[in-house]
Design a binder for this molecule. Structure first.
Ligand SMILES: Nc1ncnc2c1ncn2[C@@H]1O[C@H](COP(=O)(O)OP(=O)(O)O)[C@@H](O)[C@H]1O
Ligand SMILES: [Mg+2]
Length: 312
């Protein structure tokens, strides 16, 4: 069943098109990932979904209802974990979660009980009486998540919940997303980390410049580029001293990307051109420090579709 239906959605900031005519359906029970670099429009799309940003064009239905008309009713069934921490540093954890639970419509003695449950879920029950002021980034992130959970939403939206935190908290957060989902909660998860999208998501929409440029399971997305393999050449001297134009002439080479010390060469799988590539480097006196052959991952998919890296 469709839990969210987005049709022809466009949002502009002046002349910048932050969300460009997106249509998208989220199915109940799935973890849907929005994967894209900074500035792709992920947060804008999320904020539109939760009614925080007005659209210029298009419609959004959640739980079968138009969010423009039945905003409050819809919002009670959604939990939003915003990209920028939204917690009160001077309130205790319990007060923070209870406050947001109240905003989402929870009332009476249930509030404290549910707030404690949410804190327990993110591993912060022992800190319930403490204010997050001196917490680590990871603990603050977990509190931020608990604030969106106490009212037991049907749909939870997490906007880059693991940016800039320690590996242990990251693992904790990724596991809690899986647990929430196994309990029946639908999840929309935005990230610019392709490993997270690959690990977590049933379906992924790759976003760039306000558009969803490809959508499907991780395997489906990878199959878009499986007729290619990528060779990564590490150089011992910086690239600006090296002319690689001739590489494009080698049979089978489809695309080349480079950054400071590496050149990524993608070739058709059915043509073996490794010898020619290596001899190109040696005949041009370019020293190769290392070679790596990569099977496609979501980074490769993004590179192939856009010519750019996911992370800058
Ligand atoms: N309130 C705003 N005013 C003007 N431009 C904005 C605003 N919010 C976002 N943008 C621009 O819209 C684009 C998409 O931003 P955003 O949705 O935050 O992307 P992401 O979350 O994928 O990093 C960016 O170019 C950003 O600078
Ligand atoms: Mg964002």
């Amino acid at each position: 069943m469709a839990i969210v239906e987005i049709k022809d959605l466009t949002k502009k900031y002046g002349s910048l098109v932050a969300v460009d005519n997106i249509s998208l359906t989220i199915v109940e029970g799935e973890i849907f990932g929005l994967l894209g670099p900074n500035g792709a429009g992920k947060t804008t799309l999320i904020n539109i979904l939760t009614g925080l940003v007005k659209v210029d064009k298009g419609t959004i239905k959640a739980f079968g209802q138009d969010i423009g008309k039945n905003g409050d009713d819809v919002k009670r069934q959604i939990g939003l974990v915003p990209q920028d921490l939204a917690i009160y540093e001077d309130l205790t954890c319990l007060e923070n979660v209870s406050f947001f639970a109240g905003l989402y419509g929870l009332r009476g003695r249930l509030v404290k009980e549910k707030a404690m449950e949410a804190l327990d879920f993110v591993g912060l029950s022992e800190k319930a009486g403490q204010a997050p002021k001196k917490f680590s980034g990871g603990m603050k992130r977990r509190l931020n998540i608990a604030c969106a959970l106490a009212h037991s939403p049907r749909l939870i939206i997490m906007d880059e919940p693991t940016v800039g935190i320690d590996p242990q908290s990251r693992k904790h957060i990724l596991n809690s997303v899986k647990t929430l989902n196994s309990r029946g909660c639908t999840v929309i998860y935005t990230t610019h980390y392709m490993e997270e999208a690959e690990d977590l998501c049933d379906r992924i929409g790759i976003m760039d410049h306000g558009k969803i440029i490809a959508m499907g399971s991780s395997n489906e997305l990878k199959s878009l580029v499986t007729d290619q393999s990528t060779l990564i050449v590490n150089l011992s001297s910086p690239l600006e001293r090296v002319n690689i134009d001739g590489l494009k002439e080698i049979k089978g080479v489809v695309d080349i990307w480079s950054d400071e010390n590496t050149i990524s060469i993608s070739s058709s799988r059915d043509i073996n051109n490794l010898d020619k590539i290596i001899s190109y480097f040696s005949s041009n006196d370019i020293h190769i420090a290392g070679l790596e052959s990569k099977s496609p991952n979501l980074e490769t998919v993004f590179l192939t579709l856009t010519g750019r890296k996911l992370r800058d």
